[in-house]
Design a protein around this ligand. Structure first.
Ligand code: AGP
Length: 610
């Protein structure tokens, strides 16, 4: 997820300052590099670099640029490491066009090859750079900027919000939108375009939220929008909205906290992760590495460890390939068994967790090859791994991991489905069915959230009074139970323990007394639903109040005091169907207790110390 901004004046001394301020408003969308391009008296100036915005201002003096028209970009790398040359804006071979882009171009490989064959020279490793060379190529053919722009956009597959400027038409910003957000801010004397509302509100509260496949351009006094496919102009007057949010509310998309915003961003996080996987050259290589491995280990810390444990249980069950999970800080208990030919899958959304980095280094020393799974391109753990797979959840600002966890489990599930088909563990029809379910996972999250909101909110009133809780499950549900317990611990400060439901009678049940809250996570496994029945009855017999996160038509519904039912296309998607209710439960319980879920006490978003 990146941030883009465009401004179109007749002339102003403030252009660089206004672009910089807009990028500051958008920085939470991505902050590994940034840049601007401005037009001044027929000349195009581009300045960009790797680093935090304020450091770049020191080095590049964005605010000193003047001119009539400008675009800017804050980057969250998806293709190509954070670097000066990979930062946006990107320019064509002759420096006639400058483009900023938010999204993922799925077919950039083939487009890049085609353009290189036609003589184009690429400077960066990014997917976005193909856009500006396409415009150059079609302008060479058509001689018309706007027609060339539209033909370039028609060539793209994937998600994009694009802004383009050129000295060939100085007082215009060209735009196109599909899947990634883009908004136009309306003023009489100039226009502003941005990825989302915070960067607009400094200028106006009158906006047009662009729809997919809308393209066009703005001048200081005019807006032209048309439908890309039909070419029909859009009468945008009916789409003008007035925004009443404060800037603070707007950077949270109107949500009160980043955590709840990111919980509701999960469908988009999965859409973008799927898009990224489809164009990942590393993905099939990792499948082959796992097939050839002598032994597979998987590790992470906190929530990422829960994703690791999910992967291990799912691998053992779906593929029959034994996978050994361990908590990263416990690597000493495993490393002596490591030999050449072993694979370590190291999961870390930040890519900076020191416990995981230490495990990676020690396993490499013993001859293991390392596969990183991260949300931050070229962060420390991917850099020290042999190969990396990336989630595309965008920056996660809330300390509690939410959308990055679902994106991790989606990526890991996809890996296992390909592994299972490659090894013949599942049939082609099962493979097709599973891939279809994974492709539909964004909708599954939406339904799970819809079904959870009311009960989670109501039950949070009860749980806010509690000191201790159990989260119980079995098999693939156990890592999800652990994730649910961690969430309510870290943001609502309630001691919650997750453990195998079958373990209850071996001691833990001694703690259960009247109204003791027990949350059951019940995945779609027939034997599991049957065996969990007994556990629910055991708990209820001792006065526990039970909540079940269960599948539609689950046989345990009648035994539970409270129930949230979710669709269950396959047990492999349990993290995606069963985690959102637990996230909402933790979030609302924290709110009930008057706590700030974005900044829980004693915690940091990334733990870069041992
Ligand atoms: C989870 O909500 C916490 N923020 C924490 O446990 C986190 O998952 C852990 O520190 C690992 O972080 P990473 O994924 O960036 O490595």
């Amino acid at each position: 997820m990146c941030g883009i901004i465009g401004l179109c004046f007749n002339k102003t001394e403030e252009l660089g300052k206004l672009l910089y301020k807009g990028l500051q408003r958008l920085e939470y969308r991505g902050y590994d590099s940034a840049g601007i391009a401005v037009l001044n008296s027929g000349r195009l100036f581009v300045v960009k670099g790797k680093g935090m915005l304020r450091d770049l201002e020191e080095r590049l003096k964005f605010t000193e640029y003047t001119g009539s028209t400008g675009i800017g970009h804050t980057r969250w790398a998806t293709h190509g490491a954070p670097s000066d040359i990979n930062a946006h804006p990107h320019v064509d071979c002759k420096g006639f066009f400058a483009v900023v882009h938010n999204g993922i171009i799925e077919n950039f490989d083939e487009l890049k090859k085609w353009l290189i064959n036609r003589g184009h020279i690429f400077a960066s490793e990014t997917d976005s750079e193909v856009i500006v060379h396409l415009i150059e190529e079609y302008y060479r053919e058509l001689g018309d900027v706007y027609e060339a722009f539209k033909r370039a956009i028609r060539s793209l597959k994937g998600a994009f919000a694009i802004l383009m400027i050129t000295p060939l038409e100085e007082n215009k910003v060209f735009f196109a939108k599909k899947d990634s957000p883009l908004i136009i801010g309306l003023r009489e004397d100039y226009k502003v375009l941005a990825s989302d509302i915070p960067a607009i509100l400094d200028h106006t509260c009158s906006v047009i939220v662009l729809r997919d496949y809308w393209v066009g351009y703005v001048t200081p006094s005019r807006v032209h929008i048309e439908d890309l496919a039909s070419g029909k102009p859009i009468d945008y007057s009916t789409y003008i909205r007035l925004i009443e949010w404060s800037i603070e509310e707007a950077s949270k998309g109107g949500y009160p906290h980043f955590m709840i915003k990111e919980i509701y961003e999960q469908p988009l996080a999965l859409i973008n992760t799927i898009t990224g996987l489809r164009s990942s050259r590393e993905f099939p290589l990792v499948v082959k590495m796992l097939v050839d491995a002598r032994r597979v280990y998987v590790t992470g810390a906190g929530t990422s460890y829960h994703a690791a444990e999910f992967y291990a249980i799912a691998s053992n069950t779906l593929t029959g390939l034994l996978t050994i999970p361990f908590i990263a800080s416990e690597y000493e208990a495993y490393v002596n068994a490591v030999r050449d030919g072993d694979i370590l899958i190291a999961i870390s959304q930040s890519g900076e967790t020191m416990d995981v980095l230490k495990a990676v280094r020690m396993f490499k020393e013993r001859g293991a090859r390392v596969v990183a799974v991260s949300n931050v391109v070229e962060s420390a753990i991917p850099r020290e791994s042999h190969i990396s797979l990336y989630t595309r959840a965008g920056p996660e600002i809330g300390v509690a991991a939410t959308k990055t966890f679902l994106a991790q489990t989606l990526l890991l599930s996809w890996l296992l489905v390909e592994l299972a088909e490659y090894t013949g563990a599942i049939s082609s029809s099962e493979h097709r069915e599973l891939v279809k379910s994974l492709e539909e996972s964004p909708r599954l999250v939406e339904v799970s959230l819809e079904r959870s909101e009311k009960t989670a909110y109501e039950l949070s009133e009860v749980y806010a009074e509690k000191k201790s809780m159990y989260y119980l499950s079995r098999h693939i549900g156990l890592p999800i139970a652990k994730e649910g317990a961690l969430k309510i611990k870290e943001i609502a400060y309630i001691h919650a323990e997750a453990y195998p439901a079958g373990e209850s009678k071996h001691g833990p049940i001694a703690l259960v007394e009247s109204a003791f809250p027990v949350v059951f996570i019940v995945p779609k496994l027939v034997w599991l639903e049957h065996s969990t029945k007994g556990n629910i009855e055991e708990m209820k017999a001792r006065g526990a109040k039970t909540l079940g996160i269960v599948c539609d038509e689950s046989p345990v519904v009648s035994l539970l005091d409270h129930v949230i039912t979710v669709p269950c296309p396959h047990w492999l998607l349990t993290p995606i169907s069963h985690t959102p209710p637990l996230q909402l439960l933790a979030y609302y319980t924290a709110i009930r207790k008057g706590l700030d879920p974005d900044r829980p006490r004693n915690l940091a978003k990334t733990v870069t110390v041992e």
